[in-house]
Design a protein around this ligand. Structure first.
Ligand code: ADE
Length: 226
């Protein structure tokens, strides 16, 4: 899989993909993540990428020219399954969307900034608009990082224990059961006996019950299919 991210602040994405599991996925050749500076495609003599809104009002708007140039440049090299725009108005990101996107070959993500992009970009180039939640960020870069992280970890082989992505919270509309590690007794705070019993059937039953009870208590909306 390949993910191309277009942004006016590439520095914001320096770190999220350079460590731990996401870095390992890239090192293993399972995913390529490329961050592109939209400014590099600007034909403006000052390399500007934003301008005042025609309607007036506060805030700048990202101009169409450098975005079109960047998208066309990438599209001339390969086909993209989706060209995603990060925006608080988009459909809400979820584990289900991450699952589906992880099966794609090439994704492009355009990060909104300032007041957003010229509407014509959305109409002519964007195939999907996604929000990571009902709150407003200063830009779409962190949203792109969140989406990329959750998509990449689902690619087979990125997480060493393949079953662990399948047992994540939300994969079956249930939160994960609690987890414990050694020591089994820390200052009198004990791990539930069943987990040290060695009885796999009982352990699985306990995990399922815990997952169900935690979901009922903390996120009953998941059980109602909301
Ligand atoms: N840009 C600003 N806020 C955002 C959000 N909540 N989701 C995606 N992109 C955004």
């Amino acid at each position: 899989m390949r993910i191309d991210i277009l942004t006016v602040v590439p520095e914001l994405l320096d770190s999220p993909f350079s460590h731990s599991i996401i870095k390992r996925g890239q090192d293993k050749g399972l995913v390529e993540i490329h961050v592109h500076n939209i400014r590099d495609f600007s034909t403006d003599k000052h390399k500007r990428t934003d301008d005042y809104a025609f309607s007036g009002g506060a805030g700048m708007v990202m101009t169409i020219q450098p975005i079109e140039a960047a998208i066309k440049h990438l599209k001339s090299q390969r086909e993209y399954d989706e060209i995603i725009y990060t925006s608080p108005d988009g459909e809400q990101f979820s584990q289900g969307i991450a699952n589906k996107l992880s099966l794609k070959g090439n994704l492009m993500i355009l990060c909104g900034h300032y007041k957003g992009v010229d509407q014509r970009v959305r109409e002519h180039f964007i195939t999907r608009e996604i929000s990571i939640g009902d709150y407003v960020l200063t830009g779409g870069e962190l949203a792109a990082a969140v989406m990329t992280d959750s998509i990449v970890r689902l690619i087979p082989g990125v997480i060493s224990d393949e079953t662990s992505a399948l047992t994540d919270s939300f994969q079956d509309n249930l939160l994960s059961p609690p987890v414990y590690t050694r020591p089994a007794n820390y200052k009198g705070w004990k791990v539930p006996d069943v987990l040290t019993s060695g009885n796999d059937r009982k352990i699985n039953e306990w995990k399922e019950k815990q997952a169900y009870e935690r979901t009922q208590q903390l996120r009953p909306d998941l059980l109602n299919g909301d």
